[in-house]
Design a protein around this ligand. Structure first.
Ligand SMILES: [Zn+2]
Length: 392
């Protein structure tokens, strides 16, 4: 049974070991002297912590370092975190695609893959595909199933955190009611289920545009509009899950019926299906990629559609920002590929609706991870779940 980050670095009993592990994971291999400088801990404390970690087999001897310029004495020996001790799977179940990434214990991506899923697929259709794709990606990465300690799986729509179950009001009707245990039985490892926008927020926080930011809001502009909240470096899912479901904020009381049963939710005016419906009279049946190509080419109608959607999202995001005042708003998902065409209306909405004190107004940026953000976030969730990534 592989040891976990938590087992070797329990707070209180081994805070120096924890500091060494975090430093090796985030900043790479180092000598004991470098670790002392990085962590601010005394050299004898570092030496003792590294000895314990070497004995436990969690860190490895990584060979001599380059002699540091201006420093006397022989070069030290570097140590590194052994990423091969544990691997995790991150998966995203979409409308038509299934994506999987494999990461090692240090968060390095070791492999990734994608499979197509049929229209209106169910969990019974998708789970065998997930198992097959995970095995193929692991094989191509040179690993085996035995090395995987945990998996994170992102699904569209709300997930009950307590029950670890996909909600009935999710976008993937064929997956509603599915539990983490159902997926665990297929993959053979413990599984954590989470909503895709929450997971995208975790991905940007751990690997992308929100790295090092204490409190951020990531908004996924996709087949639905969802947001993920990172509060003091932790994913905030609400008391029982469902936090950040901003796509169901009412924006037009006379608007179209939403799949949730309400009228005029943000999703009905700004999510991808609503945009494609609105585009139909002028452009016929086009895909989101075709719509975005028209935006890129400067087509006035396509640009207006995306700008208006972003503006509606911006008003809702501004309200969310008044509530919990993040430092940063990150825009991800298919529509974020329109770049400044979505960024600027959101910035304008924040200027219009947020408090005038510019010190408290969040910056708005595009996500850095593109379509890898959600599966990477799912892998981060698995690393946290299995103790290889601190939860805060
Ligand atoms: Zn709704």
């Amino acid at each position: 049974m592989p040891r976990t980050f938590g087992e070797v670095a329990r707070p209180g009993s081994g805070s120096a070991r924890s500091a060494v592990l975090v430093s090796l994971r985030d900043r790479g291999p180092a000598t004991r002297a470098e670790l002392a400088r990085r962590t601010g801990l005394a050299p004898p404390t570092i030496t003792a912590a590294v000895r314990r970690l070497l004995e436990a087999g969690v860190v490895l001897d990584a060979g001599p370092s380059q002699r540091e310029v201006g420093r006397a004495g022989p070069p030290g020996t570097r140590v590194a975190l052994d990423g091969d001790l544990a691997w995790v799977l991150g998966a995203e179940v979409g409308f038509r695609t299934l994506r999987v990434v494999v990461c090692d214990a240090t968060g390095q991506v070791r492999g990734q893959g994608l499979e197509r899923l049929g229209r209106d697929h169910s969990a019974d259709d998708g789970l065998p595909v997930l198992r097959g794709l995970a095995a193929r990606v692991l094989d191509q990465a040179g690993g085996s199933a035995g090395r995987v300690v945990s998996a994170g799986v992102a699904v569209r729509g709300p997930v009950s955190s307590a029950r670890q179950q996909v909600s009935q009001s999710g976008e993937l009707a064929g997956w509603s009611g599915l539990t983490a245990q159902d997926v665990a039985e297929v993959l053979g490892v413990p599984v954590r289920l989470e909503n895709d926008a929450n997971v995208a927020a975790l991905g940007e926080h751990v690997f992308g545009a929100a790295r090092g930011v204490d409190t951020s809001l990531t908004v996924k502009l996709h087949s639905g509009i969802g947001a993920g909240l990172i509060v003091h470096s932790r994913l905030f899912t609400g008391a029982r899950g469902g936090a950040g479901e901003i796509g169901h904020t009412p924006v037009d009381p006379r608007g179209p019926l939403c799949r949730c049963g309400k009228r005029g939710c943000l999703d009905t005016v700004a999510a991808v299906p609503a945009l494609l419906d609105a585009a139909r009279p002028r452009y016929g049946d086009i895909s989101v990629s075709e719509l975005l190509r028209r935006v890129e080419a400067g087509d006035a109608g396509a640009t207006r559609l995306v700008q208006d959607a972003a503006s509606a999202v911006g008003d809702v995001v501004a309200n969310a920002c008044l509530l919990f005042a993040p430092e940063l708003v990150v825009l991800t998902g298919a529509l974020s590929r329109a770049g400044r065409v979505v960024l600027e209306p959101v910035e304008r909405a924040l200027l219009r609706e947020a408090l005038p004190d510019s010190d408290m107004r969040p910056r708005v940026v595009l996500g850095e991870l593109e379509e890898r953000g959600t599966p990477l976030g799912a892998a981060a969730l698995a690393l946290m779940q299995s103790g290889w990534l601190p939860r805060s």
